[in-house]
Ligand binder design. Structure first.
Ligand code: DCP
Ligand code: MG
Length: 388
């Protein structure tokens, strides 16, 4: 099928900018102490407490260090690594400053995390309506006013804008015009497609498909047979099509807390013990979210219950909100167990999930996390959540 038959609609004319700060937490620390810019720097939990790297600057990346790596391992790769604890209050305030600058370009801003957002500038008339000039200007403005470097991607849709912002990172700007979509996507590895993780990539590779050009050879019927709803998405994405709108009302999809233990927990009983504290923390986080107005009526099925019991109760049932538990074992494998509980949310339910999760491997545990995934209220998003 020819690309034009799929993209020949209004959405192909959108102008989307995706912005993503370079090594965000580390960039804020380097800004506030320029001597840190001269050395390999990681922000994260300490090695003694078996913390992980939240992020690191680009010097540190040359040693092979990356986000989510245990800090102990990072220090073995680079013994001179400077490690700083994260300062979330500061990062949130920098993020807000950056977001305010985005809003001077358009009201259609969809934040994805503290350091990342989509902007739909289709209707913006300044800069002769050129999204490329706008991206240049906002990068410059954020650099001079906030002291942070943002990489940006400009494209006619979200999927391509996001790939573009990563293309020339760090300190990069990359533009994909409507005319360039076809050629650009054709050579793109299927692993770059939105929602394609390692498992799907392997399945596609097993079919002899590694690029989007090759994926275009696979019939839609075969894709939907093999991948369900996702097959249809794959069919569109490999042709550079993505009709998702930039959404300004984006709501949090999940909330979770986790902790890494200084020494491994040896059995299921030991794993159940710290759940009380985690559950308290999760309840507190939810209460904060609620007061910040970030969890609105769309999340009404997840209610903060009697604070004495630190219980989170909900109507469950039809809502679809789920609770989950994540367990990382001493061999670094991770298992996640997720369930919708019709009787509502309680500590006991997490305890039950914990016992089941431990049975899967029956080996020492280094990390436990618990959380809730909110029911998807938006059809567009729920389709995408199938990818994730
Ligand atoms: N982060 C984290 N744990 C992870 C990944 C990220 O705590 N596993 C935090 C730290 C990052 C911030 O989120 O600074 C933004 O995440 P990015 O994936 O955008 O990573 P960076 O901005 O750090 O680096 P890059 O330059 O690759 O965007
Ligand atoms: Mg970033």
């Amino acid at each position: 099928m020819k690309n034009s038959t799929l993209v020949g609609d209004a959405t192909a004319q959108r102008k989307i900018i995706h912005c993503d700060c370079d090594c965000f937490y580390a960039a804020v620390e380097m800004r506030d102490d320029p001597s840190l810019a001269q050395v390999p720097l990681a922000v994260g939990g300490s090695a003694e407490r078996r913390g992980v790297v939240a992020t690191c600057n680009y010097q540190a990346r040359e040693f092979g260090i990356h986000s989510a790596m245990p800090m102990g391992q990072a220090l073995r790769l680079c013994p001179s690594l400077v490690v700083m604890p994260p300062d979330f209050t500061k990062y949130r305030s920098v993020s807000e400053q950056i977001r305010n600058i985005f809003h001077t370009f358009t009201d259609k801003v969809e934040p994805l995390s503290l350091d990342e957002a989509f902007l739909d500038v289709s209707e913006t008339t300044t800069y002769s309506g050129s999204a490329t000039l706008m991206a240049q200007a906002l990068r410059q403005q954020i650099k001079s006013e906030v002291g942070i470097i943002v990489s940006a991607g400009v494209a006619p849709n979200k999927f391509l804008a996001k790939i573009a912002s990563d293309w020339n990172k760090p300190d990069g700007l990359f533009v994909i015009t409507p005319e360039q979509i076809d050629g650009f996507v054709e050579q793109l590895s299927v692993g770059k497609l939105f929602g394609v993780g390692k498992v799907t990539e392997k399945k596609l590779n097993d079919l002899g498909v590694s690029t989007c050009g090759e994926l275009r050879e696979v019939a839609l019927t075969e894709l939907t047979e093999r991948f369900g709803v996702m097959g249809q998405r794959l069919y569109e994405l490999c042709r550079g099509v993505d009709v998702r709108e930039v959404r300004t009302d984006r709501r949090r999809k999940s909330l979770s807390v986790e902790t890494t233990f200084v020494t491994d927990l040896l059995d299921a009983n030991a794993c159940v013990r710290p759940l009380g504290e985690l559950f308290e923390k999760l309840s507190e986080r939810y209460a904060k979210l609620n007061s910040a107005g970030q969890a609105d009526s769309k999340h009404r099925d997840f209610k903060h219950g009697d604070s004495k019991q630190a219980a989170i109760k909900g109507s469950g049932g039809a809502s679809g909100t789920r609770q989950f538990l994540k367990m990382r074992f001493d061999d670094f494998t991770v298992t996640t167990i997720e369930r919708r509980l019709d009787s509502g949310w309680s500590l006991e339910a997490y305890q039950q999930l914990c016992e089941e999760a431990w049975q899967r491997k029956s080996r020492p545990v280094r990390l436990l996390g618990i959380g809730v995934r909110f029911a998807n209220v938006d059809i567009d998003d729920s389709q995408y959540s199938l990818f994730e």
